[in-house]
Design a protein around this ligand. Sequence first.
Ligand code: ACO
Length: 328
Amino acid sequence: MAQEKIGISGTGFYVPEKVLTNADLEKMVDTSDEWILSRTGIKERRIIAPGETVSSMAETAARQALDRAGVAPEDLDLIIMGTITPDELLPSAACLLQARLGNTTAACFDISAACCGFIYALEIGQKLLQGGRYRNALVVAAETLSTITDWEDRDTCVLFGDGAGVAVLSKGTDRGEIIDCYIGADGSHSSLLEIEAGGSLCPITHEVLDQRKQYVRMEGNKVFKLAVASMVSSAKRVLKQAGLTSQDVTWLLPHQANLRIMKAVAKRLHIPVEQVYINVDRYGNMSGATVPIGLAEMDQNGLLKKGDLLLMVSFGGGLTWAASLVRW
Ligand code: ACO
């Protein structure tokens, strides 16, 4: 008997109301709208209000996605959350989201793959559904990068934003069928992008806080080069696995870290820039949440037509990389 297809039965997203513009940042650090826009393509980003968290943002996005999928929260078998900014270190943000949704039985866990969190979670969700025991998975990526940003460091604070994106993965739907995924990592570059404090290596002390080690630190230009190379090779790898080429791709949805990175990736894959979905100008880099928010916007704005081939590709701290092919 042919295997049941596994597809994306619904999408949802949430971004906080508060908008932080480049003009606002000019008042906070030594930067300019011209520098930020020309180097990154970012015009503004969203920042959480007091009390908002990864699980609260994810709840709004999840309710929207479940509604669109026609799946009740209690029918979820799995909740997989990609995040590097969980509400608390224990329990997982996935468990906190589950409680908010009123589901009391799904298996829930977080994964730490930075900007690749969503595609990693999608691969895990699809494989678990394929295993036969589960029918519906909530695949989530949500980040409050504003809480780990050093607002005195112009190298990083202009880049990040907050948001949440969700896809409901269901067995027996051919809408948004997951054709193939490829995920990988190379930990030898881990020091290029890191938060030193808060783990077992460097527990939080007053001294550590004074040294601002609780915030993200990144060697941006080294990360830039690796980002382009690994997003291109991940995209080629997943296309090859599926017996397809970049000519077959209708839409490229790349991780939204930097417009220059996205354009370089599209050029190397010979995909015209008109076929690249871009929202970095409105939201900045929301780590793992960028890809599912882009996916939900594309889905909800009717950009994805039946038969379209969507290539999602990402890259992030770890260093991690990931690509996924979806047939709409
Ligand atoms: N405003 C003004 N000047 C700045 C700013 C700023 N906000 N930030 C840096 N500069 C200066 C630097 O000090 C430097 O000055 P110098 O030449 O006098 O030394 C100059 O601008 C150039 O700095 P670079 O770092 O070389 O600039 P670059 O063109 O590489 O752009 C950026 C920096 C935007 C960070 C880019 O390297 C980038 O996007 N990197 C990749 C980020 C990424 O993909 N991250 C992945 C995932 S993130 C995650 O996982 C959470």
